[in-house]
Design a protein around this ligand. Structure first.
Ligand code: SF4
Length: 938
């Protein structure tokens, strides 16, 4: 122990010795077993290594896992803070069942067996009575790839619901309409120009893996450009901060695109080969010669209004700056890495065009899946084949997939209370999983009304690692593990490469390494704190209770192949995936003298070999083209695939749905058949025939759609402003971080960002109380006057404002005591206390020195789903003024009758299905649990 090391060498992980920092200055050696897992505190799934003290048998810290290809040994603050979540004194340790009325706060402890029997028998009865659509699994942070979908498929239930339309629906459809992949995969590490519409360096999607690569690129000379009305940490670190008016980002991007065309700094040959310009010309400019030479004048004509000067007026960014940015981008062909995910895309009506217009710059600069460019997620995310997969569903659940939103990405999750209220259906058994819709979603009081009503929701089962506002209104609260207490697989498009990560219950693995014999009857809750479990084993055992004798045809998907007639184990399930479905892993394991499962338990991550660049250029061999017909666009179509679907009964009977795209093998480009993109044209779609065919021809090309909060429509001379309620705090993560003392000691203020000019005009003092009035109610918050925000815009993070109904349980480190009452449809939430010190098994609860727990602003936001993507358009048109007499910090008042008016109003903006051939949704669009083609028939 004389040399300094970054990380303990892997070969010493099972027997690691280091000095005890707490014993300093004495040199006391401590012995550890290091067990790797992956973080569960955001979507990035970075590697973690748990240090288990061999003397106490307790996890004493989490550090980075250098074996993880994405995080490379590094974490943000939330990774190591997993330790707090493990040892939190008020975490839920045992299954609980409601006693008394819902929301009354009375619980009884039950065994896992009791919970499984009761819930299993409910679901069994519903299935036997044909009430499949009354079973719903609603997930917030999935943290895993595909296991829950496997379960629902096996049950024959189209019951997947997600948090996607409060997060990323707009970005998804923006990207998908270009390239068929619904997420970007940016190669920041090799980029020359990095363009972010987000606060990536502190909180962006795949925060830590992305941030470390962005900084490395900047250190070697890359230019970082950040568009954000707020001077985020990213804005302050960027070479160019562009605080455009919220909702004008697409205008700004199109002005840059026009400038690239004018300057001649666009990659003509790439565009000629890989963009469906022929369709664009035929549809939008039939008057021009149908040759590539017509493209530039056609585009300049279409985007004529997007001059730098006009853009300066609309966006607030100087014309010369726009020209300068265009010059920087144009000077670096093929090395332009861009990214947007939530941010502007999640804020606005038509926000999906932000991603569409941003990727336009990638297309024009030829920076598509190039070294230093932006790729499609499907090329870098690795999804192994799952064993024991049931056939596709034959059902379509309109509670999640309503006909008004045929193009939505994905479920219309936020509208569920309104659908239940309208009598579109009811729920017999509703699982919320790592999801807190009362707090996280807009219009939370409508959720509360629905979840309290047994006629709408028969039984609510909250699968959760922590207490939450929503769990409080559940019938069962079932404790599920944090990062070190569960099995999951995850893979994400964090960089130009592919990987798979394996989350595992650390203490179960520790026991195994120290000689415990884990038989098929072992369950991970035997090794976790209390009886904390994991979903995967829970789903296996629950499925057996639903179908104990196998007569429903469900049990067989959860049976062991090795021990017929017995439940499959997680070891068997994951062992089979690692042995059969991860290229290169069996060989790497053999080289290490291990089985693939043992290899992954030992490292928890594996870099899957790949060639990440320009996959669309791969040539298609003749065998794959056999039986195909070539269409006028050069696409080779195989009979029985989506591309040849004509709506006939025979086609309904014989067409198979592709997982991604339309199932065509490739497209001819300059005489060679290449794989291309998973779009109907197999090319990048400048003109989307899908948007045209499904009722939105005016948005078939990249376009700016004025936002519902467009500044020119506001009374800025009066008290109207734009509220940005969406930004993350780097050290917090929605509901889960409330159980971390370190994170809450760092971040526990919830100021309203307001420019001094606005504050002066509106009479708002520093730290003064401010009343923000939305369409359905108001809330009261405290002001922070700062020049770090564009005048006309105010902002508050969505990570604060947690509340609880009582002390003693459900306290955590971040919730304020609150009271709720209502008079008819008018609801009122008032804080009755902030955070305060208390005695517990953890002496640190007695040292809590902060009081603020923030304001639950989301309660006051109406549902505002974009009519195309279904995305909640989060930004709010609000009136801002000093608090009035009687207002107290944290007050929230909402009228749910107004919520319903807003719902009806936004619903009226839609253009419902059916689309072509009487379909509910384009067949080539992605969808969780893609059902059989017959289910698409309306
Ligand atoms: S970025 Fe932070 S919270 Fe997210 S997975 Fe990585 S370490 Fe965990």
């Amino acid at each position: 122990m004389t040399d300094l090391r970054k990380y303990p060498p892997h070969e010493q992980w099972h027997d690691w010795t280091e000095l005890d920092a707490r014993a300093w200055p004495d040199r006391v050696e401590r012995h550890y077993t290091l067990v790797p897992t992956t973080c569960f505190n955001c979507e990035a799934a970075c590697g973690l290594v748990a240090y288990v003290d061999d003397e106490s048998g307790r996890i004493t810290k989490f550090e980075g896992n250098p074996e993880h290809p994405a995080s490379r040994g590094r974490n943000c603050a939330k990774g190591p803070a997993t330790l707090n979540q493990v040892h939190d004194p008020e975490r839920i340790l045992h299954p609980l069942r409601r006693v008394g009325e819902r929301g009354g706060g009375q619980w009884e402890r039950v065994s896992w067996d009791q919970a499984l029997d009761d819930i299993g028998s409910r679901i069994r009865t519903a299935l036997l009575e044909g009430r499949h659509d009354e079973i719903m699994y609603h997930v917030g942070r999935p943290g895993e790839d595909g296991y829950a979908e496997r379960v629902l498929k096996a049950w024959g239930v189209d019951g997947h619901n997600s948090h996607t339309n409060i997060c990323s629906s707009n970005a998804r459809i923006g990207y998908q309409s270009w390239m068929g992949h619904d997420r970007p995969s940016s190669d920041f590490a090799n980029a020359d120009v990095i363009f972010l519409i987000s606060s990536h360096l502190e909180a962006g999607h795949y925060f830590n893996p992305h941030a470390q690569r962005i900084i490395e690129a900047q250190q070697r000379g890359a230019t970082v450009i950040c568009v954000d009305p707020r001077l985020s940490n990213t804005g302050s670190k960027a070479d160019h901060w562009l605080p455009a008016w919220p909702g004008t980002e697409a205008f700004l991007l199109l002005a840059i695109a026009r400038q690239l065309l004018l300057d001649g700094t666009w990659e003509r040959d790439f565009v000629r080969r890989w963009v469906n310009w022929e369709t664009f010309l035929a549809e939008a400019h039939p008057e021009l010669p149908q040759t590539f030479e017509s493209l530039e004048p056609a585009l300049l004509a279409d985007y004529a209004e997007y001059t730098p000067e006009r853009a300066e007026h609309v966006t607030g960014i100087a014309a010369d700056t726009i020209r300068q940015i265009a010059a920087i981008i144009g000077a670096h062909p093929t090395r332009f890495a861009s990214h947007t995910w939530r941010a502007a895309g999640a804020g606005h009506l038509g926000g999906w065009q932000v991603a569409r217009c941003l990727f336009f710059l990638n297309v024009l600069t030829g920076s598509v899946a190039t070294k230093g460019g932006t790729s499609g997620n499907g090329w870098n995310k690795f999804s192994p084949e799952q064993p024991k997969g049931a056939p596709p569903l034959t059902r379509w659940n309109e509670l999640s997939w309503p006909r008004e939103y045929p193009l939505a990405y994905h479920e219309l999750s936020i509208l569920l209370p309104h659908f239940l209220n309208e009598g579109r259906g009811r729920l017999d058994t509703y699982f919320s999983r790592v999801y807190n819709p009362i707090w996280t979603n807009p219009d939370g009081f409508s959720w509360l009304e629905a979840l309290r009503d047994p006629d709408k929701v028969g039984c609510h089962v909250a699968l959760t690692p922590t207490w939450s506002e929503t769990a409080w209104f559940a019938d069962y609260v079932l404790p599920m593990g944090v990062a070190s207490e569960r099995h999951d697989l995850a893979s994400f498009e964090t960089h130009a490469g592919r990987w798979i990560g394996f989350r595992q219950p650390v203490m179960r693995r520790y026991a195994e390494l120290h000689g415990a014999s884990l038989g098929p009857e072992t369950r991970s809750h035997e090794y976790n704190p209390g009886e904390v479990w994991e979903e995967n084993e829970f789903w296996i055992d629950l499925s057996w209770r639903i179908d104990p004798d196998g007569a429903l045809g469900i049990r067989r998907w959860f049976e062991s192949d090795e021990r017929p007639g017995e439940p499959i184990t997680v070891d068997e399930y994951y062992g089979k995936i690692f042995a059969d479905s991860v290229p290169g892993l069996p060989e790497a394991a053999a080289a290490a003298g291990q089985s693939p499962l043992e290899y992954m338990r030992d490292r928890a991550a594996f870099a899957v070999p790949t060639d990440p660049y320009t996959p669309y250029e791969r040539t298609v061999d003749d065998a794959a083209l056999e039986g195909c017909a070539r269409d006028a666009g050069g696409v080779f179509r195989k009979p029985g695939t989506i591309g040849t679907f004509d709506g006939s009964d025979e086609a309904f009977a014989s067409t198979s749905l592709a997982k991604l795209g339309d199932g065509s093998p490739g497209v001819e480009v300059d005489g060679v058949v290449r794989e291309g993109f998973p779009t109907p044209s197999r090319k990048l779609e400048l003109f989307s025939t899908t948007l045209r065919d499904w009722g939105w021809p005016e948005y078939a090309t990249p376009t700016w759609i004025p936002s519902h909060v467009h500044w020119e429509d506001l009374d800025l001379d009066g008290d109207e402003r734009i509220l940005l309620p969406t930004f993350r705090i780097p050290t917090l993560i929605h509901t889960r971080s409330a159980n971390s003392k370190w994170l809450n000691e760092i971040s526990h203020r919830h100021p309203l960002w307001i420019h001094p000019r606005d504050a002066e005009a509106l009479g708002i003092d520093e730290n003064g109380l401010v009343r923000i009035t939305t369409r359905i109610g108001h809330f009261v918050i405290q002001a922070w006057r700062t020049e770090g925000i564009r005048p006309g815009v105010v902002a508050a993070s969505h990570h604060m404002g947690r509340w609880r109904m009582e002390d003693g349980t459900a306290r955590s480190w971040a919730t304020g005591r609150a009271e709720i009452d209502h008079d008819g449809s008018t609801w009122r939430l008032q804080r009755t206390g902030g955070m305060e010190a208390y005695e517990s098994a953890d002496p640190d609860t007695g040292r809590i020195w902060w009081n603020d727990t923030g304001v639950h602003q989301n309660l006051t936001f109406a549902v505002q789903p974009d009519p195309i993507s279904g995305m909640q358009c989060w930004h709010q048109r609000v009136r801002v003024g000093p608090a009035v007499e009687g207002d107290r910090y944290g007050d929230v008042v909402v009228d749910t009758a107004k919520s319903r008016e807003a719902y009806v109003d936004w619903l009226s903006k839609t253009r419902p299905a059916p689309g072509p051939h009487g379909l509910r949704r384009p067949l080539w669009y992605a969808r969780p649990l893609k059902p059989t083609i017959d289910a698409y028939r309306l």
